[in-house]
Design a protein around this ligand. Structure first.
Ligand code: IFM
Length: 460
């Protein structure tokens, strides 16, 4: 074992006693077994030639459905006290509405009960991007009925699990669904329609509010939402006004809706040539402001922008096309960077947590995803992913800095338990602390897993 035990224990000594320490996954990325559920927009997208870099599809992924007990044993073995996973909506209801699949619910019974038996608090997410294709055929998130479909699904899941599971998030990263899915078109459903992306953003946030209400009415005590928030860094004075709009589109407009402040005026102005926002209603705004019991933040990298063009190579997800109304901007991540092209800058995690706690005061926060993809080298005596260990050590320390600055931070989840299907990047980008061979499903703990195990197990 080539990990620095002292470093892991030093970080651990800063972790408060009741802190949640977990690992995270999502349904489409790990489950496999697509034959035993309905189709989702990601199945359709993955089967469209050219959309997924290496042509990977939903099967076998990590074949998790055939390995649930063993995979939960691995999580328990890491010393975690929580497991964040998502439910596949088309596994629970093939068509997204109407008939419920008892076999589908049974899958999540096994995950939830198995987690509880192993002392792992289940943190479920209802929607991590795999919308039932049948609902996409009815208009998907652009449909004015979408919040009703989602609320019915949320209520069903809430009623089924409320006796065993307190914590359920409505959506994972609605920013990605709206802007990578509908503006840049690099995620399902692959649209290039900036006006639609802004409407989808709004309808997702309204649906989340309905979902929160539905979960509460079903008896779920701790309903929340997960956003991908980050710090926008302006590299020069000229780009500052644009950086502020990017901050609005990435962070502020989500937090403003949640805080009841509506759609920010500067964002309405910046996008006025794209949409007139006539789809917004006072009822919708009220619903989007439905109070959360907690907010999850998925943080990976800052967004560093400049007015002067620079050739930064491929940076996954950072491109002007994901910010409707924004042009003449360069994305200029500094080194060191991960395999995604994402700058490693742990201080921005502290800043993101502090800013969020000020923009949406009074809501407990979790880091629900944080981690890094690197090109791992498999050697005879293990996978010595020191770059990933450094990433975790610096970022968990940065999260604890925020806690010590007074942020109400309740927990941290590493992304990800496994190397898995990294969406449009397929298997080419590996985020796991456990390596998975897509060909034979062999699981191997990387050194980063050993480091987290040391840190998690020594926590009070
Ligand atoms: O793999 C994704 C995850 O599904 C959502 N958050 C970002 C991760 C890395 O891109």
């Amino acid at each position: 074992m080539s990990i620095d035990v002292t470093q892991a224990q030093e970080i651990s000594s800063r972790i408060p006693a009741d802190f949640t320490l977990g690992v995270a996954t999502s349904s489409w990325q790990i489950e496999g077994s697509s034959h035993s559920r309905g189709r989702s927009i990601w199945d359709d997208f993955a089967q469209t030639p050219g959309k997924i870099l290496d042509g990977a599809t939903a099967d076998p992924a990590c074949d998790h459905l055939n390995n649930i007990p063993g995979d939960l044993d691995l999580i328990q073995g890491l010393g975690a006290n929580a497991y964040r996973f998502s439910l596949s909506w088309p596994r629970v209801m093939y068509e997204g509405m109407g008939k419920v699949s008892l076999a589908g619910l049974d899958v999540y019974d096994r995950i939830v009960d198995g987690a509880l038996e192993r002392g792992l608090a289940p943190f479920a997410t209802l929607y991590h991007w795999d919308l039932p294709s049948a609902l996409q055929d009815k208009g998907g998130w652009l449909s004015p009925d979408s919040h009703r479909w989602f609320a019915d699904y949320a209520h069903l899941v809430g009623e089924h699990f409320a006796d065993r599971m307190d914590t359920i998030a409505t959506l994972n990263e609605p920013w990605v669904s709206a802007f990578l899915g509908y503006a840049a078109g690099v995620h399902a459903p692959g649209e290039h329609d900036p006006a639609a992306s802004l409407e989808v953003f709004y309808r997702l946030m309204v649906a989340s509010g309905h979902g929160i209400q539905a979960l509460r009415s079903a008896g779920v005590r701790n309903p929340g939402l997960v956003l991908n928030l980050t710090t926008i860094i302006a590299e020069d004075d000229d780009i500052e006004p644009t950086a502020s709009i990017i901050d609005g589109l990435q962070n502020r407009m989500f937090l403003d809706l949640l805080a009841g402040r509506g759609i920010p005026e500067d964002i309405q102005e910046a996008t006025s040539a794209i949409t007139d926002w006539s789809f917004v209603s006072s009822e919708g705004l009220a619903m989007a402001a439905e109070p959360l019991s907690w907010l999850g933040i998925n943080y990976y990298t800052p967004t560093r922008v400049a007015s002067v063009a620079a050739d930064a190579g491929k940076i996954v997800g950072q491109d002007a096309s994901v910010y409707p109304g924004v042009s003449n901007v360069s994305f200029v991540p500094r080194s060191p960077r991960t395999a995604m092209g994402w700058e490693i800058h742990a201080q921005s995690l502290t800043a993101t947590l502090v800013d969020t706690s000020q923009r949406l005061p009074g809501i407990p926060l979790y880091v629900t995803e944080n981690g890094a993809a690197f090109d791992d080298v498999v050697s005879e005596d293990g996978i010595h992913d020191n770059n990933r260990i450094d990433y975790y050590a610096s970022h968990i320390s940065a999260a604890l800095d925020a806690l010590e600055l007074g942020v109400d931070l309740r927990g941290y989840f590493a992304w990800s338990l496994f190397d898995n299907l990294e969406w449009a990047e397929g298997w080419t980008k590996r985020f796991g602390i456990i390596r998975v061979e897509a060909e034979n499903q062999e699981r191997t703990l990387k050194d980063s897993a050993l480091f987290l195990r040391e840190m998690y197990s020594s926590a009070p």
